[in-house]
Design a protein. Structure first.
Length: 201
């Protein structure tokens, strides 16, 4: 077979090969787009689910005559699992209420009229739920807390009951009022600094 005839025979095969390649690339493109759409849809569904069970935890400090109360509440749309709560004075963690009062200069001999609720890591606050961490009714102690309010910072980290982002909520401290919780991928490991009353039942 002469060269012109050979080239004429190879031309259809070459053209067919190119068409097959185009078809394969188109199929690959369609498959990639379908996969991307599926991933995007999954993320949208996950975000919608997260927004429906989003907890919003905050601290409130209330004063009434000669009493002061620190409350933690969940004002969000879903339950909140508390990982830790810590109290810092001048940036240093206070493990117990008794230790915090010593740091502020209160003598252990002062008798207090007070009630406490100690939360443990993993405690769940239901939607609309709240807990008074402490209520102090001793005027001298109340005055001491108010005097040193700007030195005192309360922090808490909490997560939803399903896997997802967590949040750190803060109240008090130098130049710091209550603010919106900050999103974190996971709570820092501060469970050894979990704040408790330090009083035995």
């Amino acid at each position: 077979m002469s060269d012109p005839e050979e080239r004429a025979a190879e031309a259809p095969a070459t053209k067919l090969f190119r068409i097959d390649l185009v078809i394969a690339l188109c199929a690959l493109l369609v498959s990639s787009l379908a996969t991307a759409a599926s991933v995007w849809q999954s993320r949208v569904v996950a975000q919608q689910l997260a927004s429906q069970i989003w907890p919003y935890v905050a601290f409130q400090t209330s004063y009434h005559k000669d009493s002061v109360t620190l409350t933690i509440s969940n004002e969000g749309l879903g339950p909140a699992r508390v990982r830790w709560i810590r109290v810092l004075i001048d940036g240093k963690p206070q493990h117990t209420f008794r230790q915090a009062m010593r740091t502020l200069g209160l003598s252990d001999k002062v008798k207090m009229d007070a009630t406490f609720s100690d939360l443990s890591p993993g405690h769940v606050i239901r939607v609309g739920g709240s807990t008074d961490l402490f209520r102090i009714n001793t005027p001298a102690v109340v005055a001491l807390i108010l005097k040193n309010y700007k030195r005192t910072r309360v922090e808490g980290c909490y997560c939803p009951i399903i896997d997802g982002n967590c949040w750190i909520t803060v109240s008090g401290g130098p130049g710091q009022g209550s603010s919106d919780p900050q999103t974190v991928a996971a709570c820092p490991d501060y469970t050894d600094q979990m704040f408790t009353s330090g009083f035995q039942p």
